[in-house]
Ligand binder design. Sequence first.
Ligand code: NAD
Length: 499
Amino acid sequence: MEEIQHYIGGKLVSGTSGRTADVYNPATGEVQAQVPLASSEELNQAIEIAKQAQPAWAAQNPQKRARVMMEFVRLLHRDMDKLAEALSREHGKTIPDAKGDVIRGLEVAEYCISAPQMLKGEFSEGVGPGIDMHSVKQPLGVVAGITPFNFPAMIPMWKFCPAIVCGNAFILKPSERDPSVPNMLAALMSEAGLPDGILNVVHGDKEAVDGLLDHEDIMAVGFVGSTPIAEYVYARGCANGKRVQCFGGAKNHMIIMPDADMDQTVDALVGAGYGAAGERCMAVSVAVPVGEDTANRLMEKLAPRVEALKIAPYTAGDDADFGPLVTKEARERVKGYVDAGVNEGADLVVDGRDFKMQGYEDGFFMGACLFDNVTKDMSIYKEEIFGPVLSVVRANTYEEGLDLAMSHEYGNGVAIFTRDGDAARDFASRINIGMVGVNVPIPVPLAYYTFGGWKRSGFGDLNQHGPDSFKFYTRTKTITSRWPSGIKEGAEFSIPTMG
Ligand code: NAD
């Protein structure tokens, strides 16, 4: 049985807590490795190593720090196949999707090469007699990232790339479900020239998370995961005086207007609803056709497409639409929601609950499910399912569809499909959701914009990646200077003003 290790101080280190968790291959259902769950003592040692290493790294000029990112990007391309294989083996997603996971992280590493530009301060000459003023952006020190299972490459990179290029040292606490890729990323950062101790991967569970939230040397915490844990991390981290940003769960709606191109809409909907088995925070989980005729045309085209979705283990290569769910518990939870939907009176048009993958009967596979006539009060509408289940909620008017998305407690992503520019513009302007697609089903912003949901999908002031990440991982210091030739004789007792 493979023993996964922590990556601390530039090398792999065995866990000493005596506590471990099973890591599965979701396609076969087999336990393929044990991941150590760090004790607070192990975590504290890693934080101390990071603290010792950070000042020298911060003292390197930003261009040198950016060069590590350039080399890291090259190494990610070199090892793309290896990374994707390791990712799919623990997560279950298809190989092309796993490569997308790596690439969307890599794109943030590319963006971080702009650090010398992004970290420039401001300067004002002559703000008073002989007085100049300037501001600098300095790193925070040691910062931490706590990340979910569903993007084990992308989300760790969204966190550690900007943090590190800004001059911080980083402790990554990745998901215990798929811990191998984070270790591989850390080894590649070392190979790219990152000094030991600047990026550390400490595997663990609640004990490690609480240890990070309570440690006085952790200056900032970035979290991505489910909303209840996001709220917990936000509250505890803030109470301990840390800078915290937390990104949580989602229920993303797609509003389908009567004039939408139905073939394009259905293509977009099956990809966004069922890709990665629905285990994406930007998956579309609610389709809202506007008007009875739109709904009937949608269902006519959608149901056969959902029935025909190809489910396979990642080893099947490109010939699969999605793979298994991450764990048996995850699959049972999703099936429980489908049972609840049936009991609550929704029409289960496609039922994938009994799907069995031939040759992989112990894998965590589940077929695609499609519900019609879902209503606002049903649990399958209110809660995040995080599986291959799409709910159709019929709306009579555009305003009703808009109101539905606006009154949902989550506000991560949303899309409208239409040919009507006026409707699209009105929608994008009024909707209270952080990321909006117009004929784009999964509107994940690119690396040089920022990513973040509203309402109970995001907590904190700043988003992930883009310019916000440079703000989150630095603090501003403002310096006022006056030299002897500008100094008047005598003491001043009233507050200086610009007169
Ligand atoms: P999760 O909340 O179970 O776990 C996330 C992290 O928190 C993991 O590192 C885990 O070890 C840790 N954790 C779990 N339970 C904890 C506890 N009781 N105390 C302290 N730490 C704990 O989430 P997950 O199942 O790994 O990921 C799926 C969730 O993440 C979904 O809700 C999805 O929508 C969300 N997600 C959100 C975004 C976003 O940007 N908004 C992106 C990806 C995933």
